[in-house]
Design a binder for this molecule. Structure first.
Ligand code: OAD
Length: 235
């Protein structure tokens, strides 16, 4: 029998128990920083140094963090299911937990690419440079002589991986959403591409921006919620 397919959409909440801050709510990054300044394309052109500094800090935090039991449980699902993780997170904790199919919707904090061509062409995968956890500064140039920018989908930019993510959700037998407030589109609307008979589970301790009776809400933190999710799909 072919394995059932699970599409997992994750947000900042799945990494909260690894010590990484979420964006909204108390203690969230957007309480301390203005996303229009540090994470938008206009912000980048206005003050590159500020944006580079913000992502240098995220990289430094990431270097000190580890996957938690929820990342590990999601990776562990691959034993019995065909799992694709679609993450809004720019951290690499799913990969480090062992997930083998990960689609990053909003980019990756450990990578950079030349800033030129943001509007006139899409970047080529060959231009993406892995800097690990090293800081990147104003004046650090790509081989083509252009300033390096974070490999992040800034507010105001298109989401290149959305089509791939839609195909994964449309093909899934089970959909799981973990730790996202479902405020940011197009990621928040992805679950609507699931087939009518595909159950959709959400693990989040709080109310989120979307209420839909189709969604079974497990009101737990990610680590505890994963145990409950696994119990339910094995029933
Ligand atoms: P948010 O900060 O908007 O939402 C985080 C969610 O995680 C909230 O619903 C919390 O209730 C939940 N949460 C907190 N602790 C949790 C825990 N231990 N276990 C499970 N859930 C927990 O983050 P996202 O929805 O990921 O984009 O934000 C989406 C996008 O907005 C981000 O990718 C980022 C941001 O602006 C860009 O920067 C492009």
């Amino acid at each position: 029998m072919p394995k059932k397919k699970i599409a997992v959409l994750t947000g900042a909440g799945v990494s909260a128990e690894s010590g990484l801050a979420t964006f909204r709510g108390s203690g969230g990054l957007w309480g301390e920083y203005d996303p229009q300044e540090v994470a938008s394309i206009e912000g980048w052109y206005r003050n590159r140094e500020l944006v580079l500094g913000f992502y240098n800090q995220l990289r430094a935090q990431l270097s000190k963090s580890k996957p938690n039991a929820a990342h590990l449980a999601i990776a562990g699902l691959e034993k019995d299911y065909e799992v694709t993780v679609i993450t809004q997170n720019v951290d690499n904790l799913h990969e480090r937990a062992g997930s083998t199919r990960v689609i990053h919707l909003h980019g990756e904090a450990t990578k950079v690419r030349p800033e030129d061509g943001v509007y006139d062409r899409t970047y080529s995968e060959k231009e993406v440079i892995d800097v690990g956890y090293e800081p990147v500064c104003l004046g650090d140039l790509a081989p083509n002589g252009s300033q390096l920018r974070p490999h992040i989908v800034f507010f105001g930019e298109a989401v290149p991986n959305i089509e791939k993510a839609i195909d994964v959700v449309a093909d899934a037998d089970i959909m799981l959403i973990v730790g996202t407030s479902l405020n940011v589109y197009p990621a928040a609307g992805l679950y609507r591409y699931a087939k009518n008979n595909t159950p959709v589970y959400l693990i989040d301790p709080e109310d989120v921006a979307i209420y839909d009776p189709k969604i079974t809400h497990i009101r737990e933190v990610a680590t505890k919620g994963m145990d409950e999710f696994i119990r339910r799909i094995k029933e």
